[in-house]
Design a protein around this ligand. Structure first.
Ligand code: ASN
Length: 564
């Protein structure tokens, strides 16, 4: 999770209700309006001196100590909700609001009641595909205007996390911990530490220092734009097994219009094996009802260790690994809402890790990795037991592996790495992208393949060098042509230093070297360190061939290259 660099960070805080802004009504706490006005009176939420001409609903946090100003707009819902009344409909509305304002803000905080916050965060994690900005849910156990409350810390923490870090995920921030939204669950109705993430450590923990669990934060892959999946299936439900549950009750629950159900089973995915119950499950599954097997237990996955679990799986259940019921329900609504898929397609999607919501055993890693012998060897060698560990190691290794493949000109290895999700803009420990390496060594095949797969032709290495300059220095004419055809240019800095290099080549009579610079787009009339251009140097050393070449090339451009 990188830190945000911009001097001004703009956030949208969507206030949907919840205890954080509640007031006492006739029959108990009810959502309270005017949260922005309350925050304006609290110095920790608003710096009046800085505020200037900002509108009523827009506030500025006091200086954060990082020279970054955090400006946030509170968008208050009408009506506000106790989250016990919220459904998929309201959560899709939150997603659509984020979509509407996506380009205007650096991040989003969703102020929400705690009772259904884990359902909401799970739902948004599936609805928002290709998310590149933070979406952080928060709320409170005690209203923010009470003297002793948790709302202030929670909201301030969520705003700071969303402003200062590049977190491309839907998260839930509570009591100094940032959880992945679809891993969190509410575990306490009174204590301030109301949430936990039983099967995934927090993404960040906030104390005197902010400790980021870097390898757990999801990585942005590719350039695809945000997609909001609004068409969720509403007819989904949760059924908790209990000892002695009658088959007739299960039958009644599984009737149409229900299309998907999360079955909360005992222990590692077990249930009663009485034939009547198994028959009801089998009948529902064969009607096309999707049933996901999740455990009652707070921690650990469903497995197939027991005959009592295998009997359930035999009825057509999809194993839910270590998903929370909230995440499983949201995933069902999402997968059933996707148009044009067969029942088997949907079952396959349910069993896959789509948004970091489940831990897959190492034997069920992403298909591209599973298929790659290299992936298997790495997992075995390092004794990686689950997909989280594997992803962390894989992400650390990929840039180095891609650069090694580029150096060797190994197109097949490059193809496998790209298919496995390798980000071609990542640099190896030498600070170079795979394209730099292929250009430096001079592998036209690797260069054109990397360019075709979207590698940035003008990427800069840690030393500020372009692949084109490395190709010129390596004297790789064919690579220079390919890079130029893809739009490569020498940077101003590289051209500034080029004059002296041109004079050196002229004094040595190196016509071929001069021609390479010309092909790379350099002006051969650039002066060297003493102000003389290469032509004067060639004349003074009496190198007539070079003089003739420079006169011939002067003012001419190389033939345009055919585009890749
Ligand atoms: N009932 C409240 C809600 O979910 C509980 C809370 O926010 N602490 O809106």
């Amino acid at each position: 999770m990188a830190r945000a660099a911009e001097p001004e960070r703009r956030l949208l805080a969507v206030y949907t209700g919840g205890t954080i802004g509640m007031r006492s009504g006739r029959s108990g706490l009810v959502p309270g309006q005017g949260l922005a006005a309350v925050l304006r009176t609290l110095p920790m939420f608003h710096d009046q001196d800085y505020a200037g001409q900002l509108p009523e609903d827009t506030l500025v946090l006091p200086p954060t100590g990082s020279d970054q100003s955090v400006i946030y707009t509170v968008l208050e819902w009408q009506p506000l909700f106790d989250s016990s009344d919220m459904t998929i409909t309201e959560w899709v509305q939150i997603a659509q609001t984020i979509e509407r304002y996506y380009e205007q803000y650096h991040g989003f905080v969703v102020i929400h009641g705690t009772d259904t916050m884990a359902f909401a965060a799970s739902t948004l994690s599936f609805v928002l595909e290709n998310l590149r900005k933070p979406v952080i849910f928060t709320g409170a156990q005690v209203p923010i205007h009470a003297l002793w409350n948790d709302g202030r810390e929670n909201l301030l923490g969520a705003l700071l996390m969303a402003a200062q870090y590049l977190i491309p995920e839907v998260c839930l921030y509570f009591q100094n911990q940032l959880f992945r939204g679809n891993r969190a669950t509410k575990v306490d109705s009174r204590r301030f530490a109301a949430f936990c993430s039983p099967n995934l450590p927090p993404l960040a923990t906030v104390g005197a220092d902010i400790i980021i669990n870097q390898q757990l934060v999801r990585k942005v892959r590719g350039q695809d734009p945000l997609v909001v999946h609004s068409g969720l299936e509403r007819d989904v439900g949760v059924l908790r097994l209990y000892p002695g549950i009658p088959g007739s009750l299960v039958r009644a629950f599984l009737q149409p219009p229900l299309k998907g159900v999360v079955l909360e089973t005992f222990g590692s995915g077990n249930g009663p094996t009485k034939p009547e119950l198994l028959q009801e499950l089998r009948a529902a599954a064969s009607r096309g009802l999707l049933i996901v097997n999740c455990t009652h237990c707070l921690q650990g996955p469903v497995t197939s260790d027991y005959a009592a679990g295998v009997a359930l799986v035999g009825t057509g259940l999809v194993p839910g690994s270590d998903m929370t019921s909230e995440a499983a329900l949201a995933k069902l609504a999402y997968v059933l809402g996707l148009p044009g898929l067969s029942l088997d397609d949907r079952k396959q999607l349910l069993a896959q890790d789509l948004r970091g919501e489940m831990t897959l055993p190492a034997s069920e890693l992403e298909p591209a990795l599973r298929g790659s012998p290299l992936g298997h060897q790495v997992a075995q060698f390092l004794r990686l037991s689950n997909s989280q560990e594997f992803s962390a190691v894989w992400d650390a290794l990929l840039p180095g592996l891609a650069c090694a493949a580029a150096r060797a000109g190994d197109l097949e290895a490059l193809r496998v790495l790209v298919a496995a999700g390798c980000d071609l803009s990542m640099k190896d420990f030498n600070g170079q992208t795979p394209l730099h390496v292929a250009a430096r060594v001079g592998h036209p095949g690797a260069v054109s393949m990397l360019l075709c797969r979207g590698a940035d032709v003008n990427a800069r290495s840690e030393d500020g060098l372009s692949p084109l300059l490395l190709a010129v220095r390596g004297r790789h004419q064919r690579v220079i042509r390919l890079l130029r055809a893809a739009g490569a240019c020498l940077s101003a800095q590289e051209l500034e230093d080029a004059g002296t290099e041109l004079c050196r080549l002229a004094s040595r009579g190196d016509g071929k070297g001069l021609r390479l610079w010309w092909q790379a787009g350099a002006d051969l009339g650039l002066p060297g360190y003493d102000g003389r251009p290469a032509l004067q140097v060639a004349e003074s050393t009496g190198n007539l061939d070079v003089v003739a070449l420079l006169q011939h090339l002067e003012g001419r451009a190389p033939d345009p290259e055919p585009a890749l």
